[in-house]
Design a protein around this ligand. Structure first.
Ligand SMILES: [Ca+2]
Length: 219
């Protein structure tokens, strides 16, 4: 395949941005090596400048909501369908200053985005603790209550069989695996579809998310 040949040409691309910088311009699945050794298939959004997609949820062909801790570490699903790249890779991809971008489609058809800077995920010894910094951008500020993803800053990762959140129960059991704090909003992108994130939109009432793509890129 073409992308295999390109890997040879450009060595071992750690992420989609390095492939983009090497001239790749087609959206699709590429082999990346986040640590320079271990290869993993990832969907690359080249149309917007080389983003590495680490989560997509649209079809329900993979049950992300009940995925185990070990599955969330290693990844599950296919990069062309419902997919979670894996925490071990997300950690390796974010050791350099990275942006995180939520590309969301609501049940009413609206396409909205949220971008945050300084997104970083620690290693397994930190329980993949997540940090996110200043620089919030969106085309839908009014859609998010409780400051969105900032609510999850400094949280460890929680899955159905590994409770690292601050709530008395396990938030993943209700909202799917995530960097949960108190089971709040902006935390159910891996949840069941009927429970996915929702926001109260002026004039429209409660609007649900039906499709997600979450990606990252070095700055
Ligand atoms: Ca808990």
């Amino acid at each position: 395949m073409a992308q295999q040949a390109e890997c040879t040409v450009f060595g071992y691309p750690p992420d989609c941005l390095s492939l983009y910088d090497g001239g790749e311009r087609n959206d699709g699945v590429y082999v990346i090596r986040p640590d320079g050794q271990t290869s993993v298939n990832a969907f690359c959004d080249m149309s917007n400048g080389g983003w590495t997609v680490f989560q997509s949820h649209a079809n329900g062909d993979v049950d992300l909501a009940t995925a185990s801790w070990s599955e969330m570490l290693a990844g599950l699903g296919s990069p062309t369908g419902d997919h979670w790249l894996g925490l071990t890779y997300i950690h390796l991809l974010t050791w350099r200053d990275s942006l995180i971008y939520f590309d969301l489609v609501l049940l009413n058809g609206s396409q909205i985005y949220f971008q945050y800077s300084n997104f970083s995920v620690g290693n397994s010894s930190t329980m993949f603790k997540m940090t996110v910094g200043e620089g919030y951008q969106s085309n839908a500020y009014s859609y998010v209550e409780y400051e969105g993803f900032y609510q999850h800053d400094l949280m460890k990762f929680t899955a159905v069989d590994k409770d690292n959140d601050m709530y008395y129960a396990n938030c993943a059991l209700s909202y799917g695996p995530w960097w949960h704090r108190n089971c709040g909003i902006f935390g159910s992108f891996n949840g069941n579809f009927h429970d996915m994130n929702f926001w109260n939109v002026p004039g429209e009432g409660r609007v649900y998310v039906k499709k997600t793509m979450i990606k990252l890129r070095r700055r």
